[in-house]
Design a protein around this ligand. Structure first.
Ligand SMILES: C[S@@+](CC[C@H](N)C(=O)[O-])C[C@H]1O[C@@H](n2cnc3c(N)ncnc32)[C@H](O)[C@@H]1O
Length: 344
């Protein structure tokens, strides 16, 4: 492991203090390599989690090209190509304000997908637009340029940090695009976002992906966590998937649990999002002890069916992934259940 930890630490500091957006910070190939093997792997795990959530909704990408906007080292495009297969897309465009990042991403995509055509110029139209950890770096004109790119896309997946500030930006983006797209996930409806209603100011739409067990066992990851002061067990994210194609119908009593359940002795308080808005409900452990424990360990889908009486959830069920026979075989199914290559 021969990364320049000081450079990576400075990069992380610029993400945390909000200065990363001011100028192109990809000063060397070594920095991109270090980022790709560390921060980008954590982002890949978030993508992996989001794409599984999309399986639960029965979603698959539209035909046409793939565009990774603010691509960095191209982790979003690489995860999507690994999941759905390069043959699902006519080409991939890697767009970034940094030419060095674009070149790095293009090499990485070609290494993993020898046959796909890789472009760098923003296309007039695209099938699937990916936006990964870019919103925190965009100022007003930057957001306007992204909205223009979004208007030329058939479907969009945003995967962003799980902070309240970024979640609020994502809600703004959803409201800007809501007339042209419907929401596939995490939303259970395409009405105005419930978090924009009075009383929800302290709440934000976020989730927790699960890192692979190697973060606990692999010496390099343990070292990375220690040097960077990052708790590798926690992978908070916010995400949004929008689509112009005819919607996959939501099931009537579908609820999306947002944020962490607040646990008390014998019960938890959950924020459930439906077309009625975001509402806090109480889930008594005795209603379903195994479900309660699984939920506490972040082991159940946040997409659930609830039966409620007043403030109490009296029956709960997670939305399962379709059975193997219902899911088309994909590139990642053939390669196992882990995100694409790389370690610290
Ligand atoms: C935190 S990195 C994320 C990179 C990659 N998408 C990922 O998930 O790892 C943010 C990226 O957005 C790019 N970026 C920032 N502002 C941009 C803009 N206005 N237009 C295009 N790219 C931008 C940066 O150069 C950087 O590569």
């Amino acid at each position: 492991m021969d990364f320049d930890w000081t450079m990576l630490d400075e990069l992380r500091a610029s993400y945390l203090n909000g200065t990363a957006g001011t100028a192109d910070y990809w000063k060397s190939e070594a920095l991109l390599r270090g980022y790709d093997a560390t921060f980008a792997r954590r982002i890949a795990w978030k993508w992996h989690w989001v794409l599984r959530e999309l399986d639960r909704r029965g979603w698959s990408p539209p035909e046409g090209s793939l565009l990774d906007y603010g691509c960095g080292t191209g982790v979003a495009a690489r995860e999507v190509l690994s999941r759905y297969g390069a043959a699902s897309f006519t080409s991939v465009t890697l767009h970034d304000r940094s030419p060095r990042a674009q070149m790095f991403a293009a090499d990485a995509v070609r290494q993993e997908n020898a046959d796909i055509s890789v472009e760098s110029r923003l296309p007039d139209q695209c099938g699937l637009l990916l936006v990964s950890h870019v919103l925190p770096e965009l100022d007003g004109p930057g957001v306007a340029a992204l909205v223009r790119a979004a208007e030329n896309a058939q479907s969009i997946i945003f995967v962003e940090p799980g902070t309240s500030a970024v979640s609020a930006k994502l809600v703004e983006m959803r409201e800007k695009l809501r007339d042209s797209f419907h929401a596939v996930a995490p939303c259970t409806h395409s009405e105005q976002c419930g978090l924009t209603r009075p009383g929800q100011e302290a709440n934000w739409c976020h989730f927790f992906a699960q890192p692979p067990t190697e973060v606990y066992t692999d010496g390099d990851w343990v070292h990375f966590g220690r040097v960077m002061g990052i708790d590798l067990r926690s992978l908070p994210l916010s995400f949004l998937v929008l689509d112009r194609r005819p919607p996959i119908p939501h099931i009537a009593d579908e609820v999306r649990v947002i944020g962490s359940p607040r646990l008390f002795k014998g019960y938890a308080l959950l924020d459930g999002c439906t077309s009625e808005g975001v509402e806090e409900k109480r889930f008594m452990k005795r209603v379903d002890p195994p479900f309660f424990r699984a939920m506490d360990k972040n082991k159940v889908s946040t997409l659930q069916h609830w039966e409620c009486k007043g403030i109490d959830i009296v029956s709960v069920r997670a939305v399962d992934l379709p059975s193997a026979s219902e899911v088309e075989t994909t590139a990642s199914d053939q390669g196992g259940d882990t995100p694409s290559s790389g370690s610290v």
